[in-house]
Design a protein around this ligand. Structure first.
Ligand code: BES
Ligand code: ZN
Length: 952
């Protein structure tokens, strides 16, 4: 029955249909030259699943045949949870060939036919092709009886079907519960980086851009969405409907998207006339309004900023109930995890608002950086992700200045420095071949380091020149692909788009010769400078030595956990050299001095005598600074005398660099701790929070290791030192963003440290909330704190779990789940893990964050780790190797370890995984992190203990 229905569909929609099962025969189909090739090097070719030789042995597709256009028809069945589909791919043959290699994964291919242009013209039926499949490379080969001729076009028609995928990739199912308790299913795609091949056979590499015409068949209770606006809907016999969408612009396969769902939406129109809609499950419709406001503002911003129209007539943003990452930038149909798009004024905090704004800003930036201009290959994914992350800063600062995103951006750079100062880091542009490697490229380095070095470059070139350069890049490479060098040339080339350029000259440019020379020099410079940041891994340390008016600068590779006196230090430094755009300010003027440090050492002369020098002004540079001699003492004195002589970001960077230098064995911990003493007078909240962050970190380290004397003294110190500002905090949502974040951070700390007034107030609010059956509105800034205190009793914990099931707000659910994970009862923590594994009450998409949260709880760290070890196989059934959740689970449950026994245990586990064939970059990162933690404690615990003794 099902089969005959499928046949009928194909008869209607393909125009030709062959019912015979594909015959797999290869021998007769090869010409003498192909056979020669085989005979020459038979061993080099893999074997297809039917035992025949597969004619292609590389992971990357050949370029003899390229796609021009896909006609794609898809009919998902949300009851039987499968789909039938067909496609016609128009291809151009660049070099004569006898086979076409396509990507295809887990698809049942039923029929393949080929038509030449002539066949099409004379309406000749397609010739049936033999299909070979090589799953290890996720490829199929279509064997052509007669050679395809160069420079001709052909049309390949494929009928195929599959189950809707179980996980989060390809064309998969997602479910949600309505307020009435009904479970509903939707079907949604998520393709990046290499999963379009799970939904339709295709040339699944970013360079193979094509146009797509998509048709979706659905039931009338659903709607279908795709990249483009709908052209028409056809009513079919039996009540089914079929939506036809406009043909897309030229784009990569990973950006194709379609959804069949029963969501509701809100819409608005951007200044340019683009229709923007936010879609969510019907009961969550009321949480969509902020996203609409933000996406309209941000779309307007980008269209103006890039001076390039968003090329589609509509933009849909959809909150998907089951989503692995945070969001995905499919052109015209951006998909989001619910917590990345929905905003519930009752339960979303100020940080939640910033997150939603950032994610929208990020994905909309991709509509230009990534969609319009795409990296040639995944090795340069930073061109997509680094840029989108950088554009978050530019766009949010303008559209939502009150969110004060600047300081968060700085924090993001600090986060990636931690990772990039380990030897296991990798260059921004990094080789990536297998799907696992490609997935691993979506990491902190690509996103955060990418964004931070772009910010540094902007600071170096000037905002105006940088903007002009990236607009030039976007215009020049529109609907095409680009690589690093293309970006650098656009950034050093200040020709206008209309100017003709050759060899670095702008012909319409009337600049004088000397100006042209400057321009040429810069052209070389940008590329030369940036190559040192993208092609080599790591971060430099600039060591400053001041003698009178002379500044001696020295650069080396900054290594966290490797000391200069360690034997391996020397080898780890070899051949590392950056072109560092250094900036500095001095006590004598407000001027920002600039210099490019291109050699290992250099000397600068100050124009006048100054009492202090601060390098890396506003922390725009991606480097750490060490002040030798009395440098740090002078800066500490300055902070204590009047910290406002330095700009707030400079104070933050001093705190950051000082503690990093402690980890690298260059500064003693007591010196860095002494630097934080001025914080009592600190007027900038981000700076205050930066200092607090380190002190809290040390508390957590010693607490986990059960170093009770130090833990107690640190608690004492924190509560005593920050008491005035803790006591000032109110329990409401008033003030600026940073006032509110300070409130959340301080009260969280105070309650965690069992500060009586805090626990009392939180307990009181929690009881009132329970008594009101969850109806009382608790201020969002303190919601997580109140829940966490409430979760410490069994009644409170159980009640929270009930509320978790009931809540329709992702923001609230996240807070409850965090609170539940702070319980001191292991059986409760185990119950959470079981619920997460079951995937009903706690969705699989939240499992990684849950395990991470439980591992952060001293009472849960061993439990989470043991669970991961014992259930690795089950976890791999839920998430792909190399995916973000797998990496989060591994690092989240291990990287806080700090003893030799733990290191050994983790090592053994990783060895066993490697023996089973799982190799991940994260293994090395974790091992290095644990070794670094061990070393830090060995070296610094006695210092911390003594410092506390004299400080409390
Ligand atoms: N392009 C990514 C989505 C993605 C992530 C695809 C990983 C393949 C692998 C998207 O633009 C993205 O970067 N999403 C982020 C959110 C963003 C605000 C940092 C994410 O999912 O975490
Ligand atoms: Zn992105």
């Amino acid at each position: 029955m099902a089969n005959s229905r499928r046949k009928l569909i194909f008869n209607i929609y393909i125009g030709f249909y062959c019912s015979a099962v594909i015959q797999i025969c290869i021998c007769s189909q090869f010409t003498s030259s192909s056979i020669d090739q085989f005979n020459k090097d038979r061993g080099a070719f893999p074997v297809a699943i039917n035992g025949e030789i597969f004619p292609w042995h590389e992971l990357r597709l050949p370029t003899m045949v390229i796609p021009l256009h896909y006609d794609l028809f898809v009919h998902p069945n949300l009851t039987s949870l499968d789909f039938v589909a067909s496609e016609k791919i128009e291809v151009l043959v660049r070099d004569a060939t006898q086979f076409i290699i396509l990507h295809s994964k887990d698809l049942e291919i039923m029929n393949v036919t080929l038509q030449s242009e002539e066949d099409l013209r004379y309406r000749k039926p397609g010739r049936k092709l033999t299909v070979l499949s090589y799953p290890a490379h996720e490829q199929i080969a279509l064997l052509i009886p007669e050679k395809l001729m160069a420079d001709l076009r052909y049309s390949v028609a494929i009928d195929f079907q599959a189950k809707l995928a179980d996980g989060f990739e390809g064309f998969y199912k997602s479910t949600y519960r309505t307020l009435g308790g009904e479970t509903r299913t939707i079907a949604v795609t998520d393709f990046e980086p290499t999963q379009a091949r799970m939904a339709f056979p295709c040339f699944d590499e970013p360079l193979f851009k094509a146009n797509f015409s998509i048709k979706i068949r659905r039931e009338s209770r659903h709607v279908a969405l795709s990249n483009m606006p709908k052209v028409k809907t056809i009513e079919l016999e039996g009540g089914l409907l079929e939506d036809h969408f406009e043909t897309t612009v030229k784009m990569s396969t990973y950006l194709v998207a379609y959804i069949v769902c029963d969501f509701n939406s809100v819409s608005g129109t951007a200044s340019s006339g683009v229709k923007v809609s936010i879609h969510a499950a019907p009961d969550k419709w009321s949480q969509t309004h902020y996203a609409l406001e933000a996406s309209l503002k941000l779309l307007d911003f980008y269209e103006n900023y890039f001076d390039i129209h968003y090329p589609l007539a509509k933009l849909d943003l959809v909150a998907i109930p089951d989503f692995e990452s945070g969001a995905m930038e499919n052109w015209g149909l951006v998909t989001y995890r619910e917590t990345s798009l929905l905003f519930d004024p009752k339960t979303s905090s100020t940080s939640d608002k910033l997150w939603v704004t950032r994610v929208i800003a990020h994905e909309l930036a991709h509509q230009w950086f990534g969609n319009l201009v795409t990296m040639e290959w995944w090795n340069d994914i930073w061109l997509n992700e680094g840029f989108a992350t950088y554009m978050e800063l530019i766009s949010v600062n303008v559209t939502y200045p009150e969110l004060q995103f600047d300081d968060d951006f700085l924090d993001m750079c600090f986060e990636v420095i931690k990772r990039d100062s380990l030897n296991s880091s990798h260059p921004l542009s990094n080789q990536a071949e297998t799907s696992t490697h490609i997935k691993e490229m979506f990491d902190a380095v690509s996103y955060k380091k990418g964004a931070c070095i772009l910010n540094m470059l902007k600071d170096f070139l000037s905002e105006e020149k940088f903007k002009k350069g990236i607009i030039h890049y976007l215009k020049k490479f529109s609907y095409r692909n680009a690589k690093n060098d293309d970006l650098w040339s656009s950034l050093s080339d200040d020709c206008l788009e209309s100017d003709s350029t050759s060899g670095g000259f702008c012909y319409s440019d009337s600049k004088t010769a000397s100006n042209t020379l400057t321009f040429l020099r810069e052209k070389v410079e940008v590329k030369q400078v940036m190559a040192t940041w993208t092609l080599q891994k790591g971060i430099p340390l600039v060591v400053v030595n001041r003698e009178g008016r002379s500044l001696r600068l020295q650069q080396e590779r900054f290594l966290n956990g490797v000391f200069k006196e360690d034997p391996e230090w020397g080898a780890l430094q070899e051949r590392y050299l950056w072109h560092i755009p250094v900036t500095y300010s001095t006590s004598s003027s407000n001027a920002i001095h600039r210099h490019i440090l291109k050699s290992k050492t250099d000397t600068l002369d100050l124009p006048e005598k100054t009492s202090w020098v601060k390098f890396n002004v506003d922390s725009n540079g991606y480097y750490i600074v060490h002040y030798e001699g009395h440098g740090w003492d002078q800066l500490i004195t300055l902070l204590n005398q009047n910290h406002t002589f330095l700009r707030p970001k400079d104070r933050i960077s001093l705190i950051h660099d000082a503690f990093q230098l402690v980890s690298a064995g260059r500064l003693t911990l007591d010196k860095a701790l002494d630097l934080t003493r001025y914080l009592q007078h600190e007027t900038s909240i981000p700076a205050l929070l930066k200092g607090l962050e380190y002190l809290e970190l040390f508390y957590h380290i010693t607490e986990r290791r059960n170093v009770s004397d130090v833990t107690e003294n640190l608690k004492h110190y924190l509560l005593q030192y920050f008491k005035p500002v803790i006591d000032m905090q109110s329990w409401c949502d008033e003030g600026s963003v940073w006032d509110r974040r300070l409130r959340s951070a301080l009260l969280k700390l105070a309650c965690y440290l069992n500060h009586a007034p805090c626990v009392q107030k939180a307990t009181e609010l929690f009881s009132q909330w329970m008594e009101s059956s969850g109806k009382l509105n608790i201020p969002t800034d303190v919601l997580k704190i109140v829940y966490s205190v409430g979760a410490q009793t069994t009644a409170g914990w159980n009640y929270l779990l009930e509320q978790y099931e009931r809540s329709l707000s992702g923001a609230e659910k996240n807070k409850i789940l965090y609170a539940l994970s702070t319980s001191k009862h292991q059986e409760k923590l185990m119950k959470l893990i079981e619920l997460g594994m079951e995937g009903k009450v706690i969705k699989t998409q939240d499992l990684a964050a849950l395990l991470h949260a439980i591992a952060r709880n001293p009472k849960g760290q061993q439990l989470a780790w043991n669970f991961v070890k014992e259930n690795w196989i089950h976890l791999l059934k839920k998430f792909e190797l190399g995916s973000f959740p797998i990496r989060m689970i591994i690092s989240g449950t291990t990287s806080h370890f700090s003893s030799k026994d733990e290191l050994q245990e983790v090592k053994l586990f990783f060895e066993s995984l490697k023996a089973q064939g799982s190799h991940l970059e994260i293994f090395q990162i974790v091992l290095e992190t644990i070794s670094k933690n061990i070393k830090w404690l060995e070296k610094n615990l006695p210092t911390l203990r003594n410092w506390l003794l004299i400080s409390i």
